[in-house]
Design a protein around this ligand. Sequence first.
Ligand SMILES: C[S@@+](CC[C@H](N)C(=O)[O-])C[C@H]1O[C@@H](n2cnc3c(N)ncnc32)[C@H](O)[C@@H]1O
Length: 280
Amino acid sequence: MQTSSLTASNSTCHGSLACVGFGMTLGSHLTPLARSHIERADVVFAALSDGIVEKWLQRLRPDVRSLQPYYREGKSRLKTYREWVALIMTEVRAGKRVCGVFYGHPGIFAWSPHKAIEVARAEGFEAYMEPGISAEDCLYADLGIDPGRLGCQHFEASQLLFYERRIDNAGYLVLWQVGLVGDWSLTRFQTGSAYRQVLVDRLSQDYPPDHEVIVYRGATLPIEKPRIRRVALRDLPNIPLTTEETVVLPPAQPLKLNLAMKERLDALDALEKAGKAVQV
Ligand SMILES: C[S@@+](CC[C@H](N)C(=O)[O-])C[C@H]1O[C@@H](n2cnc3c(N)ncnc32)[C@H](O)[C@@H]1O
């Protein structure tokens, strides 16, 4: 198991890095392994969903260093994330056992944990990612969706606008960061309904305007319930929507049989049944 390599490192470099997931719901989603990384680290950095969650972590590690103050309205988030990587790497290079705690899963829609691990490994340090329960995991549970049944595409909402992407509307479509859709600058924490209208116009190429859209917010506190709103696609620009919400479009059409593939598979089945070896 990779984690043991962090506890008994043979590396000539002594610093190490573990980026761990905190899960979505305060307290209840923290895995024993993530908790043990947090408890054993020399230095703990945290990028969590809100102040209450950070306070909870302070009970485990009163010396936790919050990464939140590096965000600023009007400052590029990429600049902030680069600063986080620099802060983490300064401690790793100083020979410390460093733990970065990120809400949800540290590798899902999260640039800096991946980057910090890449940089640490390139410099010869032990670096490891411990998964966490993400918004995606909660969404499958709360909305009763099995991504294996009809397939499920995930996009960062802006990417659907900035690039030519193909949507398969026979499966589920999950859109992240809809609350700040269309922000090229990466400096805003929210974009308005005019930006969401552009998203709706793009989605209208693949879905009818009255198609049901689910706006989902998973619980972040144990006393909360998930918030699930269902609206018509055309109405998406007109509802209040926070940056903590994820948008799901259920399938718009049934699966279509691929007759050419079916024919080939039927032919193979027939050969096998006749006891003839099938060579590629
Ligand atoms: C930067 S990503 C972080 C995702 C996180 N690392 C995870 O594992 O879920 C932020 C996006 O995650 C989704 N998200 C965050 N909190 C959420 C919540 N409580 N419920 C549903 N989606 C959420 C939203 O799409 C939001 O725009």
